[in-house]
Design a protein around this ligand. Structure first.
Ligand code: F0G
Length: 357
């Protein structure tokens, strides 16, 4: 299918995408490849607020069309790639970028090539890339190797690179900060999020500054980024050759936007911190069981930071924590913890006993 019918105006869509809502703050898009991304809930979290002693809100990016924040940047990157006449997309990924790129490529009617670290992608994300018809190559290497390879393969005219070193991705991801300011009436005092390739922390900081500079908000938050203890190059200030963590989305040893992330943290008087895999998994269950929000392990990293009291917030502070991807993307992590269910006979008393009533 040729890229066609892409000016999706009119028809009264029930959910508009970020290009339509924030066009004046984004680079120009002639075509609009949208799946209705953005406009995600900012949920007040009573139990987490009580634990932390401040007003805590969760920006739930797992409810985007492909289940992660990547869709915000992808709609802009793919629309502009089509504007420039790209005939295919390419990306390296720990999973979510590939799921999103594959979906938006399908929407645009062009192929998508994906280079992945073999055996390191959560099941749900791989399923998404396959379902959307991506051409997938798994390499015997990690994400940092995959990223190097796609950079060499990509070329501006034909094969558009849609990783977050593409500035259109960062531009689109800034819209999450715009929404938070619109939802709260001003910027929060602190913003927490997981850090992997470091594009998202870069984008949020740019978004907060844009809206402050345009008078849409009065203040700027301190940016607090969380890395997994086994994959924490920015925290340790050195490349990690063999990063390891259960949070496969952020298993990255040499982030592309390292410098920008450092600048965001320094300028905002924030910090980069680390959490262990145990803390991540326990935060993932805590959030699912106490706030009703099921996130993938990487997204639980900042929640883990909150639960272990990594930060002391002044009284009355407003804190926003972005959870970046839906829990269903990585079902194996949860299944591994609970094991198999043994069936019982289909009798009331057996079921009652099974339930422990
Ligand atoms: N959370 C999730 C669920 C992610 O998928 C990623 C990155 C991050 C956090 C970190 O964001 O890289 O902007 O610092 N995933 C990329 C991918 C690397 O390929 O899907 P970042």
């Amino acid at each position: 299918m040729k890229a066609a019918n892409m000016k999706q105006s009119g028809g009264g869509p029930s959910r508009t995408g970020i290009i339509e809502r924030f066009r004046e703050f984004l680079p120009p898009c002639e075509n609009m490849i949208s799946l209705g991304e953005g406009n995600t809930p900012l949920v007040f979290s009573p139990r987490l607020s009580e634990r932390v002693g401040c007003k805590l809100f969760i920006k739930n990016e797992g409810v985007n069309p492909t289940g992660s924040f990547k869709d915000r940047g992808m709609t802009v990157a793919v629309s502009r790639a089509i504007d420039r006449g790209a005939r295919a997309l390419i990306c390296a990924s720990t999973g979510n970028t590939s799921a999103s790129a594959a979906a938006y490529a399908a929407r645009a009617g062009i192929p998508c090539a994906v280079v992945l670290p073999a055996g390191k992608i959560a099941t749900g994300k791989l399923v998404q890339a396959i379902a959307h018809g991506a051409k997938i190559v798994a390499i015997d290497g990690n994400f940092d190797d995959a990223r190097r390879i796609v950079r060499e393969l990509a070329n501006e005219e034909e094969l558009a690179l849609v990783n977050s070193i593409n500035p259109d991705r960062i531009a689109g991801q800034k819209t999450a900060a715009f929404e938070i300011i619109d939802q709260l009436g001003d910027a929060p005092d602190f913003h927490l999020l997981p850090v992997g390739n470091a594009g998202n922390i870069t984008a949020y900081w740019a978004g907060y500054r844009d809206f402050r500079d345009r008078g849409r908000s009065a203040t700027l938050p301190a940016m607090l980024g969380f890395q997994a203890a086994g994959a924490a190059p920015i925290f340790h200030d050195r490349v990690i050759e063999n990063p390891e963590t259960i949070a496969s989305a952020i298993r990255i040893g040499n982030p592309a936007s390292w410098k920008q992330a450092r600048a965001a943290v320094d300028e905002s008087k924030g910090k980069i911190d680390i959490v262990t895999d145990e803390e991540i998994l326990s935060a993932q269950s805590w959030l699912a069981q106490n706030e009703g929000i099921f996130v993938e392990p990487a997204s639980a990293a900042p929640i883990a930071g909150l639960l272990k009291g990594a930060e002391k917030f002044p009284d009355g502070s407003r804190v926003v924590c972005t959870v970046t991807g839906h829990g269903l993307k990585d079902p194996d992590v949860v299944l591994r913890k609970i094991g198999k269910f043994e069936p019982v006979p289909a009798k009331i008393d057996k079921v009652r006993r099974g339930l422990g009533f």
